[in-house]
Design a protein around this ligand. Structure first.
Ligand code: FES
Length: 84
């Protein structure tokens, strides 16, 4: 059975004001380009309680803080390495 990864981005107001929207667009695009849309469940999440370090992304159980457009590619490469 193919392994699936669950990835959630915080859609709370603090992460929103820190620019999570651009990262959401980047991730959607990345999943599409890499044909990972059926291997990765990508959803929005409520506040993860780490607001001052956002925007935050959870990959399976791990919360990665302070994501932005310059870091997101390497975060995805590492986080999704097992299924690519
Ligand atoms: S708003 Fe994103 S962690 Fe609180």
């Amino acid at each position: 059975m193919t392994q699936r990864i669950e990835m959630q981005i915080c859609l709370g107001s603090s992460c929103f004001s820190r620019g999570n929207k651009d990262v959401v667009m980047y991730i959607r695009d990345y999943l599409k380009k890499n044909h990972l849309e059926d291997k990765v469940i990508f959803k929005g999440a409520r506040c993860m309680g780490h607001c001052s370090n956002g925007p935050n992304l959870r990959i399976n159980e791990e919360i990665i803080e302070g994501i932005n457009l310059s870091r997101i590619e390497s975060i995805l490469e590492n986080g999704l390495a097992g299924i690519k």
